[in-house]
Design a protein around this ligand. Structure first.
Ligand code: HEM
Length: 84
C-alpha cells in the first residue's frame, strides 16, 4: 500500500499539517474574541494572536511554494533506481 510518507517528503507533511492546525487557531481566535467585551485585554490579545498566526500561515505557504519550485518536492516522487 502506498502511504503519504511514500509519496511526500517529511518536510511537506509537517508543513501541511502545521498549516491546517494554525488555520484552525487563526479562525478560533477571531471567533472566540466575540465572547469578551469590546476593549477588554483578552479580546485585544485574541486579535493580536489572529494577526500573528494568520501571517504565520502566509509564511508557511511561502515555504511550501519555495520547496515545490526548488525541485526538491518533485525529487521526492522519484523512486530510487534498483541496481545491482
Ligand atoms: C489564514 C489567514 C486568515 C483567516 C482565515 C482570517 C479570517 C478572519 C475571520 C473569519 C475574521 C472575522 C470577520 C468578522 O467577524 O466579520 C477576521 C477578522 C479580521 N482579520 Fe483575519 N484572517 C486571516 C489572516 C489575517 C491577517 C494575516 C490579518 C492581519 C495581519 C488579519 C486581520 C484581520 C482583522 C483586522 C480582522 C477584524 C478584527 C476586528 O473585528 O477588529 N487576518 N479574519
Amino acid at each position: 500500500m502506498v502511504t503519504a510518507s511514500d509519496r511526500y517528503g517529511r518536510f511537506s507533511i509537517v508543513i501541511h499539517w502545521s498549516t491546517l492546525a494554525i488555520l484552525v487557531a487563526v479562525y478560533a481566535c477571531i471567533e472566540l474574541r466575540e465572547m469578551y467585551p469590546r476593549g477588554s485585554e483578552i479580546r485585544e490579545a485574541l486579535k493580536t494572536w489572529h494577526y500573528m498566526l494568520g501571517l504565520t500561515v502566509f509564511f508557511l505557504v511561502g515555504c511550501e511554494s519555495r520547496h515545490v519550485c526548488s525541485g526538491r518536492f518533485h525529487q521526492s516522487f522519484q523512486k530510487p533506481q534498483g541496481g545491482s
